[in-house]
Design a protein around this ligand. Structure first.
Ligand code: ADP
Ligand code: MG
Length: 397
């Protein structure tokens, strides 16, 4: 386990807190459309302030190439200030003499927000001189940006090698929840996998087959699994090597005695569009001119029943094209079943950006045990890969 802010004395210290405030904006505006990433770090920031630390918050925002006026962090700093109900001073840059002066002028409980870290190309290159410039701002480094921990950048990895470095409370929760699934899940453990393509999820599926008791498949990747079992998947866009990849997963599962459920019925349409009309068909009679766009009602009920038998459920990837209502029922159905299951005491962990978005839209985030903020980082972590931003933090004694 990694040390957290609660394992060190922060009183009077200046803490550089790496956060992931890469929030979505209303298209063409500077209006934040979803501030959940900011809210998720408030426990860490408030913990540090309450314990007499001076806090410097730093994030990347978008993908600027050099200084980009449209990607300044000012709107994010303003929202943080609202949520903290305290002033957040804005720095004009992320490093340099002016910022150092501002940092050294902070009083206990003050918050300073650095300008977009990626305005300096040295950030993404993990340039050691740039990391040292960041380190000069603070006494302690806190990483609360799980969503950026799979990248070895100056603010996630380099600086952590130069200062005492600990996990923030959000980072700690992510590591405990996702780590618990890999290391010591309450059994049986079910993995519910969906999303667009089997190729994107191959590595994580191979790792999860190792530790799961049951795997349930939906989403676009279901077509590859149906094809691997010798069924026709209509004109669904199956990757060329999709059925072969799915076949490998199926035989790995067989060899380990892991039960694999694939849809017995599916929702199909002749095209993927908002106006497409949907029909339910059995998986063994998919018309050649049909695309598979959701799991069917029989599958939804079967999955809900199977998931209820499992003490721990990891869900990654929507069951269908949930963005369109006629293909959203599968995702909605399992989301409600899992929320109810979690309320009854099961451990239900949601990983994946789209899956988290679907659960959030349904108003079910609070019901789940944990909804990861990780996206790509969560997938890499579940693959069993070492995240550089995590590896650089101090271990518990
Ligand atoms: P996550 O971000 O949760 O890891 P993915 O990125 O793998 O999930 O996949 C999310 C996308 O998969 C969604 O945009 C959804 O519309 C799409 N999707 C789900 N089911 C299907 C399907 N049957 N056919 C095509 N796309 C699908
Ligand atoms: Mg995604």
């Amino acid at each position: 386990m990694k040390k957290t802010v609660n394992d060190i004395d922060v009183s009077g210290a200046t803490c550089l807190v790496r956060v992931d405030f890469n929030v979505p904006m209303e298209p063409g505006t500077h209006v934040i459309s979803d501030d959940s990433r900011i809210r998720a770090t408030l426990p860490t920031i408030n913990n540090l302030r309450a314990r007499g630390a001076r806090v410097i918050v730093a994030t990347h925002f978008g993908r600027p190439k050099g200084v980009d006026e449209s990607l300044r962090v000012a709107p994010v700093a303003a929202r943080l200030s609202d949520l903290l109900d305290a002033p957040v001073h804005a720095a004009g840059d992320s490093v340099g003499a002016d910022v150092e002066r501002q940092a050294h002028g902070l009083a206990a409980g003050d918050v300073l927000m650095l300008e977009n870290l990626r305005f300096h190309p040295e950030e993404a290159l993990n340039d050691p001189i740039h990391a040292a410039a960041l380190a000069r701002l603070a006494d302690i480094y806190v990483n609360d940006a799980f969503g950026a921990a799979h990248r070895a950048h100056a603010s996630t990895e380099g600086v952590a090698r130069l200062l005492p470095a600990v996990a923030g409370l959000l980072m700690d929760a992510e590591l405990r929840m996702l780590g618990g699934i890999l290391d010591s899940p309450r059994r049986p453990l079910a993995t519910l996998m969906g999303g667009a393509k089997v190729g994107d999820k191959m590595a994580v599926m191979e790792r999860l087959i190792d530790s799961s008791d049951m795997v349930l498949l939906g989403g676009g990747m279901a077509a590859a699994f149906l094809a691997a079992r010798g069924l026709r998947a209509g004109k669904s866009p199956v990757e060329a090597d999709g059925p072969q990849m799915a076949g490998r997963i199926l035989s790995a599962a067989d060899a380990r005695g892991v039960q694999v459920l694939i849809p017995s019925d599916v929702v199909v349409a002749d095209k993927l569009s908002a106006g497409a009309s949907a029909a339910v068909v059995k998986s063994n009679s998919v018309p050649d001119d049909a695309m598979l766009l959701d799991i069917g009602p029989e599958t939804r009920d079967a999955y809900a029943r199977a998931l209820r038998l499992c003490q721990t459920v990891l869900w990654n990837g929507p069951m269908g094209v949930f963005e369109f209502p006629q293909f959203a029922e599968g995702t909605r159905g399992v989301a409600h079943a899992l929320a109810q299951h979690a309320r009854a005491g099961a451990t239900v962990v949601i990983g994946g950006g789209s899956t988290a978005e679907a659960v959030d839209t349904l108003g079910l985030s609070q019901a789940m045990t944990h909804v990861s903020t990780g996206g790509g980082a969560a997938l890499e972590f579940l693959e069993g890969r070492v995240l550089p931003g995590v590896a650089a933090l101090q271990d518990m004694d």
